[in-house]
Design a protein around this ligand. Structure first.
Ligand code: AKG
Length: 391
């Protein structure tokens, strides 16, 4: 009988390979594999305390391991004395906290969950209310100012810095505050300036509709930074729209559209100047904070089925995509801001779409300096500072 009236589990050595833990109120015991448990030991002998790296491989642990003793700890965890250990001569003692048993064992192989503040899905009035313009020095000092910037980048996916020094290296310093920057084939940093025979439509003076950068890469950059060095031209206003909010409205308001947008994948590519990059993405994903929408970089031919049914499904997708586009582009959703020299925009490229209005090159100069930060780097920073962001 594995039920108990206390909060602690009852232990049963079921056979040579597993142990069973019974919890009050739970019909079935939790079954733990002995090999898994020995492998999961996190004592200082098994996991190097300085680097946090394991001192052995999973396959080094013998399939059969004798247990000399097993007992409950006061907090509901387990202590096991292994006999004839493979790593330490003689016995080896492993302790597993109740939290380890519950989180790592019951939901084995799930990455650690990071608790973060709730996102704010914004439209134009909400962003106008919440617009955050942080001082460069506050961001660079790394204290409360940086935390509030990171918080805003997580909750809204967009913030601005001002008083950024007029140097081509400033954008590097701003990016490095979140971790190392992500170099791409556009370079370590890149210049958004109108030029002839531009390798990217961003490097012209034309209108550039709402889009996300580099969807044709497997590791699409997560954070994009654009430092404004010059902006005296007429026009060139920046435009932003919250893709997570548009996706959410589709999901709750038009489930049919949602199905089409999550199931059909579009091809994005960059095949010029000695490069060949290509990736497919649906418009919406299971992750409500991530969307994919970049019409200027979409590959021209879509592989639709050449049947009546294929045409019908294309029409349904088209209706869904057009509804999504309206939810991005209509005036009530889109935030517009004309960057001033010394300001830097920082945004979540997987969530917030950006674009700019046409500008008149005869009327002045316009120069933005850009850099990216990878998804892994940003998520690592959020994970480390998560508890402070929740405070
Ligand atoms: C980009 O570099 O991805 C842009 O969209 C440029 C935006 C701008 O010129 O304001």
């Amino acid at each position: 009988d594995l039920t108990t009236s206390t909060g602690n589990p009852l232990i049963q050595l079921a056979n040579d390979t597993t142990i069973h833990l019974g919890y009050p109120g739970q019909e079935k015991p939790v079954v733990l594999d002995r090999h898994w448990l020995r492998d999961a030991c996190e004592c200082d002998i098994c996991v190097d305390p300085d680097s946090g790296q394991k001192n052995f491989g999973t396959c080094d642990v013998p399939a059969e391991i004798p247990i000399e003793e097993i007992s409950r700890t006061e907090d509901g965890g387990l202590e096991i004395v292994w006999g004839n250990d493979f790593l330490t001569p003689g016995n080896h003692v492993s302790r597993y906290s109740a939290a380890t048993i519950q989180t790592r064992v019951q939901r084995a192989l799930q990455p650690d969950e990071i608790r973060l503040p709730t996102r704010t899905l914004w439209d134009k009035p909400i962003f106008e209310r919440d617009h955050l313009m942080l001082d460069y020095q506050e961001w660079m000092a790394g204290g409360q100012g940086f935390l509030s910037g990171l918080h805003r980048l997580h909750t809204h996916g967009l913030l601005f810095l001002r008083n950024v020094p007029k140097s081509e290296e400033s954008v590097v310093s701003i990016a490095n505050q979140m971790g190392n920057l992500q170099e791409t084939f556009y370079g370590r940093t890149w210049d958004v300036r109108s030029k002839p025979k531009a390798e990217n439509v961003a490097y012209t003076s034309s209108f550039l509709g709402l889009h996300q950068d580099l969807l044709y890469l497997r590791d699409t950059p997560r954070i994009q930074l654009l430092h404004c060095l010059e902006n005296t031209c007429e026009g060139g206003e920046s435009m932003f729209s919250d893709g997570a909010r548009a996706g959410h409205l589709i999901k709750v308001g038009s489930p049919n559209h949602f199905d089409y947008l999550i199931n059909k994948r579009l091809r994005y590519h960059y095949k010029k100047h000695g490069h060949h990059y290509e990736m497919k993405h649906p418009v919406l994903s299971e992750n409500p904070g991530i969307i994919f929408w970049s019409p200027p970089f979409q590959a021209p031919t879509q592989q639709f089925e050449k049947t009546e049914g294929g045409s019908r499904s294309h029409r349904k997708w088209l209706a869904a995509a057009s509804a999504f586009r309206r939810l991005l582009e209509e005036d009530q959703w889109m935030y517009e801001y004309k960057m001033r020299p010394g300001e830097c925009m920082i945004f979540d490229n997987l969530r917030v779409l950006h674009g700019r209005k046409q500008f008149n090159t005869a009327s002045g100069s316009r120069w933005l300096k850009g850099a990216y930060v990878a998804d892994d780097v940003f998520r690592s920073k959020l994970a480390v500072l998560g508890p402070q962001l929740m405070a």
